[in-house]
Write a protein that binds this ligand. Structure first.
Ligand SMILES: Nc1ncnc2c1ncn2[C@@H]1O[C@H](COP(=O)(O)OP(=O)(O)O)[C@@H](O)[C@H]1O
Ligand SMILES: [Mg+2]
Length: 244
């Protein structure tokens, strides 16, 4: 049972890449204020799903609704203005900019369309919000991995979203950083952000998500509370198969 109002609805989403079906009729709903976990083995379609929601890819078939309005086929900037932003796998930050301006640029072109002065002030606020520890005048490539991740997150927040898509944002963190990362995600949710969390770190999934959706080969194979969905026979088979 999900008593929350639906904020995001994905209906019958399919995506082919040539002969490969990356997503095959996926439907799911995300409730306002929820942290929904999206898990599944490598290649199961998680990133493709987030890329379609964020406007980086168009679907072959299906629809994405945010607060009942269609996002299908919108460009990333328009999706951002509709209140959806995220951190993405395999996206590099512009090395030519320092940490603060990496975030300021996102604020200038985001939902609030700020000028450079206010955008830099907003960037400083957001860097502090995500616990950024480096110098804000250092270029992104000279920062620690965790600070680079935190800049990515601050860039997403600079769009002023009410829904955040996190694609393995916690991957590669050491145990101390992971706990801080989990606490940060939780606090953003407590501030009112609805979150879709794609993650391989099961400890993070279990501690943050009330509900998860499990994908395999582009299809939903289980959904529900983490402990129940992960115990589902097909999920166990898929994960054991991957490690065998
Ligand atoms: N741009 C692309 N061109 C061709 N194939 C792609 C592309 N993006 C993803 N795929 C394929 O789609 C499938 C799903 O990939 P992806 O969504 O990245 O999975 P996940 O994030 O769950 O690991 C994989 O087989 C992957 O190789
Ligand atoms: Mg992925």
């Amino acid at each position: 049972m999900n008593a929350r109002a639906t904020v995001l609805e994905v209906i019958g989403l399919s995506r082919r890449f040539g002969g490969l079906t990356a997503l095959d009729g996926v439907s799911l709903a995300v409730g306002r204020g929820e942290i929904l976990g999206l898990v599944g083995p490598n290649g199961s379609g998680k990133t493709t799903l987030l890329n379609i929601v964020s406007g980086r890819l168009s679907p072959t078939r299906g629809e994405v609704l945010k607060d009942g309005q269609s996002l299908t086929g919108l460009a990333p900037e328009a999706v951002c203005r509709a209140g959806v932003a995220g951190t993405f796998q395999l996206v590099r930050m512009p090395d030519a900019l320092d940490a603060r301006d990496n975030v300021a640029v996102a604020a200038m072109y985001g939902r609030k369309r700020m000028n450079i002065g206010p955008a830099r002030a907003e960037a400083e606020r957001l860097l502090e919000r995500v616990g950024f520890e480096g110098s804000r005048f250092v270029h992104a490539d000279a920062l620690t991995y965790f600070d680079q991740k935190r800049i990515e997150l601050a860039r997403a927040l600079a769009c002023a979203p009410d829904m955040l898509l996190l694609d393995e944002w916690l991957a590669g963190l050491n145990p101390t950083e992971l706990e801080r990362g989990i606490a940060l995600v939780r606090s953003l949710n407590e501030d009112g952000l609805t979150i879709v969390l794609v993650e391989h770190v099961m400890h993070a999934i279990r501690s943050l998500c009330e509900r998860i959706v499990v994908l395999n080969a582009g299809r939903v194979i289980a959904a529900g509370k983490p402990e129940e969905a992960l115990a589902h026979q097909e999920v166990v088979r898929v994960y054991l198969g991957e490690n065998a």
